[in-house]
Structures are given as structure tokens and as C-alpha cells.
Design a protein around this ligand. Sequence first.
Ligand code: NDP
Length: 448
Amino acid sequence: MQTNGTSLPHSLDKPGGPSAAKDGTMAQDNGKVPQTAHYEFGGPVGALFIMISLPVFIYYLYFACDKNSCAVTLLPLLPGSWDEIFDLQVFMIFLGWVAFQAVLYMLPIGKKVKGLPLRTGRRLQYRMNGLLAFVISVALFAALVYYQYPVTILYDKFLPFLTSSVIFSAALSVFVYIKSLAAPNHALAAGGNSGNIIYDFFIGHELNPRLGNFDIKIFCELRPGLIGWVLIDLAFVVKSWTDFPDNPPWCLLAVTFSQVLYVADSLWFEECILSTMDIIHDGFGFMLSFGDLAWVPFTYTLQARYLVDHPEKTMPSYCLMAVVALGFLGYYIFRASNSQKNAFRQNPHGDGVKHLQSIPTATGKRLLVSGWWGLVRHPNYLGDLILALSWSLYCGFDSIIPYFYPIYFTVLLVHRCLRDAAMCKEKYGEAWDRYCQKVPYRIFPYIF
Ligand code: NDP
């Protein structure tokens, strides 16, 4: 899952420019994608380890933290029967949800936007209607609640829903890998063209697998998992409020509101995703399929699940207000910094950014060295992490497990920041070094 970032750089708005390949490597003749030269994620061994351990870990989080206990334990209590893990009816509902989102995605409503130039110079077209899909989905959910449909099935059958997403995302990874074997070379991902099956399957061999106009990667990045995350949270609120009608679950409401805002923000700024690493560099393989469809909705809901399972966890209103304020601070930094870079990339002479200092690079693009991007090299990550921490603080300090998200997210963003730095160094060379000298800290001022 990728939540907004930069938008289309205006200087790249034409095909075949000097940096037509936006993946950190220079375009090759005829758009030929070279073999991946450097492994990431520990190469094939690391990829295999991640593909086995992450699904296991999602189940671990579920079993280690339920309404009876929530503690790091070596041997969590496992279910007695397979029926508790897999349920055919739930699987059909899951498929129905994905199909419903696919129909919304294909609606001929919303503006059409072109992605960054591919290695051949061609630009793919995308329909931007994610916010509409979000609004329709939430409205439909509200209608189901109003007509007393059992939306709390998302709570009661959380485990079979999780299994459905794991099965579906794994099957989709196999499908796109097989499909990629028939794809022309120029359609492959620079990051997932190593020739090693395990590694390419993990990173994604084809850059933008499509079925006609249906772009599988963009769809998975922003629709079933991301919107599903919000609906799971909302179902938890319904569950908690139904069980304890006289006790509004304030912490759960606050975390849900904050996460709804975060997801709505991603869909409001939907087209910004087109210039992110996920879209321009990584292919679509197990990493994104599993990450988008299983990991996001079933681990990012951990704090909300903890709060619905532990309704006794409350906090004094002044603490609640402080955590809400921290969340808004994080969101403000996240949004303001992303928007500043966005505005600068669209028009460096625009009113809101023309006063900012920047340094030139050989590609024609400039790097900001003042404003948010003069504070640290990834102010947007800093804001995102503060927001993530606020979600966990709503859960109090009785268990470390609800803090899994900010801990994992710190690791993810530190790794991502190092990956991005390597690509920027390749793109901008000596100008990037000067930027790093002027802005020495990556994410946390005076720390890292
Ligand atoms: P960034 O938005 O930080 O984008 C990095 C790119 O920005 C660089 O490659 C470079 O591209 C450009 N850039 C870097 N420094 C400067 C500068 N000083 N001036 C101008 N341009 C600069 O990274 P991401 O795409 O990784 O993240 C986008 C958002 O998504 C973040 O807020 C992040 O927190 C969030 N995110 C959330 C995730 C989640 O699971 N919730 C997962 C991943 C990300 P170029 O020069 O080519 O424009």
C-alpha cells in the first residue's frame, strides 16, 4: 500500500526526455529493460523468508492478541478446527467485495490521468475515481447498518476473512507471474527482472500488469485493501457500540476517525501515487499483492481490534485530547510536506513555493533545501510515523502488541528511505550529495 506522495513532475510530462526511465536507471535503447543488477530485501533468500514469515506473522498477531489476552508469546493459543480459519461463505463474500471494487474502478466516472513515461516513452492512462469508490462503499456500509445487516461479521469472522485475503493475494501473485512470462521485455519491472524466479515472483516481474484497461497494480494499491481497512474499523465501532450502547468507545472512535481521514486523504490525492516507487520501479508481485490485500487491512486494524476486544481500556479526557492533538500534528506534517513537494514538482515558480530555496540537478529538476524538505530529507515519513504512534497510544501501555504498527512502519520507512536515497543518488549524482550535506538528517531531526 502506498499512501500518496508526489505528483507528476511537469518537466517529465513529455515522453522520451533525458530521464524517461523513472526507476532510477537510465532508459535503454528501444525501452529494453536491463536485468536487475542489485538485489534488495536480501535477494532470493530474503524474499523467500519474507514470503513465508509475513503470512505466519499476520496469524501470529491475531492469535497472540485477542479478547482474552494480548501479549508477546512464543505459543499463542491456536484454533481447534480448520473451520475457524477458513469459511467458504466468507471467501465468497471476500471475492464479492473485490469484484464490487473492480466494478467501481471500471466506472466511466472520474478524470483520466496519464502516468509517468515508461521506458518506451509511452504513458499509461488511469481513471481516477478512488474517492468515489470510497464514498459509495462507506455509504453502502451505512445502509447495511441502518437496515440491520450483520456487518459485525467482519469482527466475528475476522480470521476467515484474513485467510481469504491471504489465499487470494497468493493466487493473484501466481497469476500475474505467469502472465508476466508472456509479457514483452519493455513491460517488465527494472526491479524485478533478475532472472531468479523467487526474487522476481516476490518483487513482481511485470511493471504494470493489466487486463485490458484494468490496471491490477493501481487497483490493489488503493481499493479493496485500503477501503476494506476502513470498513473493518467501522464494523468494530458498530460491534463495540452494540455491545455497550451506554459507553461510547471514545478511543476506538478516535482511532477510526483518524484512519478514515488517512485513507480518504490517500484517495483524495489518488493521482499522486503515479510517481511513487511502488508504481514506477517495483513490479506487481507477491510483495504488493500480499501487502495491499492482506497485510494492510488485517494488520493496520490491529489497534481498533484491540480496543473492541478491550472495551475497558479508556483514558482520561485530557490524555485523549493530547493523543488526538498528536495525531493531527502528524497528519499536518505528513500532508503539508507532501503537498509542498507536490506543488514544487508541478510548478517550482508557483505562489506557494517560489520563495523556497532549491539546488539544481543535471536532470533539469531541482531539489528543495528549505521549507519542510530542508528540515529532514523525508518530512512526510516523519509525519506519517507520528500519526502511526498516535493510533497506538489510544490503546494505552498494557501491551506492546498494539505498538506493532509504528514499530514495523519505522522499519519499513527507514528501509524505504535508504532505497529512495540509492535511487536519487543514481538519478542526481553529485547534486544529491550536496543536498545530503545541506540536509543531514533523513527522517528524525538530530537522530537519523
Ligand atoms: P517521497 O514522497 O518522500 O518521495 C521520494 C521522492 O521525492 C524522491 O525519489 C524524489 O523524486 C523526490 N524528492 C526527494 N527529496 C526531494 C527534495 N528535497 N525536493 C524535491 N523532491 C524531492 O516517498 P514515498 O513515495 O515513499 O512516500 C510518499 C508518502 O507515502 C509518504 O508520506 C509516506 O509516508 C507514505 N507511505 C505510506 C505507506 C503506508 O503503508 N502507510 C507506505 C509507503 C509510503 P523526484 O526527484 O524524482 O521527484
